[in-house]
Design a protein around this ligand. Structure first.
Ligand SMILES: *Cc1c(COP(=O)(O)O)cnc(C)c1O
Length: 229
């Protein structure tokens, strides 16, 4: 099977799962975690009907964006950043990025706000939350988030539209399910206390756990291996 056919088949399967597991399938978007594809293979992803590219390294995002600009297909896709962020790299994608999933600390939020202001842009963002408090993971602990929330909200060129998390590496479904459940609860709580219902997105779930994430209300699932193999 060609890569394009493989991806098309996988899209169909995942879309069936979305209908089966999500309480609101029409709200769910598939974010391709495209770190596995070089810029040429990424064309197959695009031509299989993909709508969103999610990259976790700035360098490869740039390369792929330039490649798509040359093919004149860049504007037909949404560009998302899902990896860990460094301040000095923001300038390379701030002009075209549609959503940053991984705002994991106040200082990076302030840096995005500053870069966005220079360009008179508003950048859509998700706050990354470290629900499981693993040392190896990025993101705000819930307590720290509440300490920083007013500062985050005061950044006018940052449009916070939801939350993101990574589930822990474990086979225990109960643990994973609870992480997703807690992110959903946090979103609902923040909507009541600080955001007046403006948080609409929950980016959670990857190849191994997206069904669990869907059952807990994920609106964006970030899928790599399950899509491309
Ligand atoms: C790679 C990656 C994914 C997808 O991982 P798979 O298990 O291959 O689906 C999701 N989110 C982030 C941040 C990633 O880097």
């Amino acid at each position: 099977m060609s890569l394009k056919d493989t991806i098309t088949k996988n899209f169909n399967e995942i879309n069936e799962d979305i209908k089966k597991y999500s309480p609101y399938p029409e709200k769910v978007k598939i974010v391709g975690a495209t770190k596995y594809l070089d810029k040429y293979k990424l064309e197959d992803y695009f031509y299989s009907g993909a709508k969103i590219i999610g990259e976790n390294r700035v360098q490869s995002l740039r390369e792929k964006k330039e490649h798509f600009d040359n093919l004149d297909i860049s504007k037909k896709i949404e560009w998302h950043f899902i990896g860990s962020l460094q301040k000095n790299k923001l300038k390379y994608f701030i002009d075209y990025i549609n959503l940053i999933h991984s705002v994991d600390r106040l200082s990076i939020a302030e840096a995005i706000d500053k870069e966005a202001k220079k360009r008179n842009k508003i950048i859509n963002c998700l706050l990354e939350i470290n629900i499981s408090k693993e040392k190896s993971k990025h993101g705000f602990f819930i307590e720290d988030l509440y300490e920083n929330i007013n500062k985050l909200k005061s950044l006018n060129n940052l449009n916070i539209i939801g939350l993101m998390t990574m589930a822990p590496f474990t086979k225990d479904k109960e643990i994973i399910l609870n992480v997703f459940k807690n992110l959903k609860t946090l979103k609902d709580e923040l909507n009541n206390t600080h955001f007046n219902g403006e948080l609409t997105e929950l980016s959670m779930g990857m190849s191994n756990d997206y069904k669990l994430a869907l059952s807990q209300g994920a609106t964006m699932i970030r899928i790599g291996s399950k899509l491309f193999n």
